[in-house]
Design a protein around this ligand. Sequence first.
Ligand code: NAX
Ligand code: K
Length: 489
Amino acid sequence: MTAPSIDIALFTSDQARAIDRRATDEAGMPGYELMNRAAASAFAMLRRRWPAARRLRVVCGTGNNGGDGYLVARDARASGCEVVLFALGEPRPGSDAERARRDFEKAGGVVHPWGPPTEPADVIVDAIYGTGLNRAPEGVAKAAIEAMGTEGAPILALDVPSGVSADTGACPGVAVRAEATACFIVHKRGLHTHQGERAGAIELFDLGVPASLRGTPDAHLLQPATLPPRPRDAHKGTNGHVLVIGGDHGTGGAARMAAEAAARTGAGLVSVATREENVLAMNAARPELMARGVDGPQTLAPLLDKASVLALGPGLGQAAWGHALWTTALDANLPTVLDADGLNLLHAEPRDLPGRLVITPHPGEAGRLLDRSTADVQDDRFAAARELARRFRATVVLKGNGSLVATPQGAVFVCPWGNPGMASGGMGDTLTGIIAGLLAQGCDATEAACLGVGLHARAADVAARAGERGLLAGDLLEPLRRLLNGRED
Ligand SMILES: NC(=O)C1=CN([C@@H]2O[C@H](COP(=O)(O)OP(=O)(O)OC[C@H]3O[C@@H](n4cnc5c(N)ncnc54)[C@H](O)[C@@H]3O)[C@@H](O)[C@H]2O)[C@@H](O)CC1
Ligand SMILES: [K+]
């Protein structure tokens, strides 16, 4: 796998707090100095993004995020902007936020208690909650967040859009939807998955805190990557043989899509073990695939002998036919991508799994595998993905907005690409095929999952240029091929 060396490291709120402390204790950077730098960076960002903005509204909470807000307001007034500042409460006595409020007032600024705004604003600065959010916003905070959402003015969030958990991307209640977010010191992992998209465009300001104080990140953002060029003497035998197992009565399309995606990803050979009734159509539509009718383990066995990688589950069903193939296929102990009904069968019948295993659950399937609700999974996707990886000793792709890849060793990678057009039938089967195709070409499970998730989502973004609605899984194959060959970004 070839990837550029840029690493975007993601951190939890606890880690961010510890880094703040180390900046003060070890690098002699007092919190108030950092707050001033945060405000200056955010105001410069506001100026860059909205050069014509003159009327600003700043809404401050009671913590240090509010403190950042007071200082943005002070700087904005000093640059000639009209600033209306609402405070949702009093900062704690002796805190940096209280000092910031006093500085704002000393410079002539007026603090208004929250009330429905009467003046229009060109830009609203959200300084209600940052990394300190610990429950659903209520009372004035809820009212202020709701009011921001109905006005239509662009919102610049400071550090985190208020109401979004910086750790998980979940929203316990109402939350700001920002056009952009000025993120301070380190990237917060929750802004890159689930509802973290409410941050809009994120700009990071390190505030001069040395990278050496950061420690080990909790997760990493995937970077665009592809496979190295093929050696000139490559032949189909050197690129692996994927066997897709699936396609019960009425669901042959799922197996066909996974198989075609594996072939388009560059697998040397792709076979499909499916119901006899699917064979003719599959071979006619895509003669490069070798579709075979199988009625049970005996007819599957010779196909397993020839395969180097399995894609097990697309359209497999959970009835006797699917169950028998599933058991036999797992016994073959080949590198395997397990998806869809392959995962549902695993929930019904936990068992030993092959070594090089990738599982690709959506949040509902993940919830079933963990005996939790889908909402529980979404409340902390990082924890759910890690728990699955540990429990099944597999590389896990937890699908959804900001797909996660978790390894059994505890590493997590977050996919920054993808779009809502991908919420359509066959997308998961295509991803399964892509990952299987990469395993077949020699990637290990983590490489195949990271590269596969990234290529799938980037291909979907290219395909969605024509519109997200109506995007079909099959539309991904052409851009996929171009991206895989380094032809398009
Ligand atoms: N050295 C530092 O610590 C720096 C901190 N900075 C800012 O400080 C922020 C963190 O500040 P804080 O830790 O004070 O936390 P916040 O300002 O995010 O939250 C303030 C307090 O509100 C309370 N709270 C949380 N959710 C609530 C809810 N739903 N309803 C009512 N009350 C709620 C909590 O007790 C929390 O401590 C960062 O996000 C960043 O914006 C920046 O100024 C840079 C430097
Ligand atoms: K905020």
